[in-house]
Design a protein around this ligand. Structure first.
Ligand SMILES: [Zn+2]
Ligand SMILES: [Zn+2]
Length: 196
């Protein structure tokens, strides 16, 4: 039976699935050697740029929080005490990996890269540099209030939000969020800017 690992903020419940735990036998018995996501043909986790970016993003987003590596049984215990939000998960409240690292693809409904296998593809965009700590935390972690909702897309459900701290616009759908430029906000939600 495989045992899986999770990288978790035990304060916020934000988690990244690390994949299968692989142990090696040493003179002192079995020792956990590495985690591996996906099939054996997939490159090792450390060689996948997206996974690394998620981890570095988490380190910054959860500065001062308790980050732990948990195996299945410990993870289940955590899930009893805090609402889990999985990066790369498929439940409501989870965050898409691309959205999380702000790679700028697949944000519109029907054009979203989903699931634990969605590890390829990488494009840089504004979404990496937009927003402040406050709105990023609110949009991604779920423990803090998100940026204020100021508009609804007529063909939604997507929503325009704006951070009261830094003024950054955010495009929300039912399970993901990304920061956008004012130009993009005007293009996506022209109705919200008509009276101004
Ligand atoms: Zn945290
Ligand atoms: Zn902000």
């Amino acid at each position: 039976m495989s045992v899986y690992g999770w990288f978790c903020c035990t304060d916020c419940g934000t988690c990244l699935w690390l994949g299968k735990s692989i142990s090696v036998e040493t003179n002192n018995g079995w020792r956990l050697d590495q985690f591996h996501r996906g099939s054996t043909e997939e490159p090792p986790n450390w060689a996948r740029e997206k996974l690394n970016r998620v981890i570095w993003r988490m380190l910054a987003d959860h500065q001062g929080h308790c980050l732990r590596v948990l195996l299945d049984d410990e993870f289940e215990k955590l899930a009893e005490t805090v609402e889990i939000r999985e990066i790369g998960g498929e439940s409501i409240g989870d965050t898409d990996i691309d959205d999380y690292i702000g790679s700028g693809r697949g944000f519109r409904p029907g054009n979203r890269v989903e699931g634990k296998g969605a590890d390829e593809g990488l494009l840089a965009s504004d979404s990496e540099t937009l927003g402040c700590e406050d709105c990023r935390r609110g949009a991604y972690s779920g423990k803090w209030p998100p940026p204020e909702r100021i508009g609804v897309h007529p063909d939604g459900p997507t929503f325009l939000h704006r951070c009261s701290v830094c003024g950054t616009y955010w495009d929300f759908d039912l399970r993901t969020a990304r920061p956008i430029t004012e130009k993009e906000a005007r293009e996506l939600y022209p109705g919200e800017f008509e009276s101004q």
